[in-house]
Design a protein around this ligand. Structure first.
Ligand code: SF4
Length: 363
């Protein structure tokens, strides 16, 4: 397929990085870093980077730095291992099943919370898909499935069709979601593949299909990425967005506010703004303290109309998705609420914590 050939041209080696970015050396240390956490940058996404600016936010999201070798943090901050019921299938919240359909992505984001596996190992992905479908069929409490990865749209169309054929036939599923960043990093996967659009159109008539994508900066909205979003919308897909709050990328009220405005303009539903997780190789580079994060989110919200405010600022933890609701009465007090909980006793629970200025996470 043409899109697969196109991906072969991605920047993946130290030598190629050094050709694009004069400040990067093609040496043993760079190659070691890439071996640990693979690099893959599509030509399209590369073209969005201001090559003269080492602090460019688009660059920060895709070009590696030695900070990734920092060992602090955790590789599985939201307890994905303990929620895995079959290889490649997680069942944390009773109504939702999550499928890790591939370990491949068009681009490997430097802040990825699945850094332990993306582009590296297929041990966590769903190889026995028949067992996955059987598990979902046998659990009527599951009302929706998120097919993710990696990037769900890095699967061949025949695999996507198989997911759609099986999942749309399960009566207790209300809808199906695909997690893909291709509209942002590799829009031609959508715009230049008529077969994919036709599949989504066809199966969307059986059950509602959502695409969950991840724009993090307004500069990612281009003629090409907007065309990809429009293409999905024309196929009847509801496009939702999850942004990650990232130091040096979108950690100002103005930058985040401009991004949120793009969503309402494009008819994309802003779903979550995620607190960046304390992942090894990520936290020291990208996490924003919670007190500061709350201020940024509030400032960004104040730039929106009602539609632009319909997202939640969320931490995805082992016990569930916790919303950062607002400031408490005391100094540095923050109010939190379980938006999704693994345990019954946590459902809807509200609690208060006093935070230090550098606290980026709570346990
Ligand atoms: S597209 Fe998603 S899964 Fe892939 S590297 Fe980026 S954040 Fe991780």
């Amino acid at each position: 397929m043409k899109w697969m050939q196109e991906l072969q041209k991605n920047v993946t080696t130290g030598e190629e990085l050094a050709c694009c970015f004069p400040d990067i050396q093609s040496d043993r240390r760079t190659e070691e870093m890439i071996r640990k956490y693979p690099v893959s940058i599509p030509a399209y996404y590369l073209s969005l980077i201001d090559k003269d600016d080492v602090q460019d936010p688009i660059r920060k999201m895709c070009v590696p730095s030695f900070g990734e070798l920092d060992l602090e943090g955790d590789m599985d901050t939201s307890g994905e291992g303990e929620n895995t019921v079959l290889q490649g299938l997680q069942h944390k919240y009773s109504q939702t099943a999550l499928v890790l359909s591939t370990d491949r992505c068009a681009m490997y984001c430097r802040y990825c919370f699945r850094k332990r596996m993306v582009g590296k190992v297929a041990e966590e992905t769903a190889v026995d898909r028949e067992s996955v479908y059987r598990y979902i069929r046998e659990h009527p409490e599951i009302t929706n499935v998120l097919v993710s990865g990696g990037d769900a749209f890095l699967n061949e169309n025949s695999v996507l069709q198989e997911y759609l054929e099986n999942l749309t036939a399960i009566p207790h599923l209300d809808y199906i979601r695909f997690g893909t960043k291709t509209p942002v990093t590799f829009p031609q996967r959508i715009t230049e593949d008529g077969e994919l659009k036709e599949l989504l159109c066809r199966y969307g008539k059986k059950k509602q299909i959502y695409v969950i994508t991840q724009f993090n900066h307004s500069r990612e909205f281009t003629e090409q990425s907007e065309a990809a979003v429009k293409c999905l919308q024309e196929a009847g897909i509801i496009v939702k967005n999850q942004t990650v709050l990232l130091k040096g990328v979108n950690d100002s009220g103005e930058v985040l506010g401009e991004l949120l405005k793009c969503f309402t303009r494009m008819g994309i539903i802003p779903y979550y703004v995620f607190q960046c997780r304390p992942v090894t190789g990520v936290l020291n580079q990208f996490q924003v303290p919670l007190l500061r994060g709350y201020e940024i989110v509030e400032q960004a919200k104040n730039m929106q109309n009602g539609n632009g405010k319909c997202f939640r600022y969320i931490m995805s933890t082992r016990r569930g998705k916790i919303e950062i609701l607002g400031k408490g009465a005391g100094d540095n007090e923050m109010i939190f609420k379980f938006h999704q909980a693994k345990r019954q006793e946590d459902k809807g629970r509200i609690f208060v914590r006093t935070l230090g200025p550098d606290d980026c996470w709570i346990e």
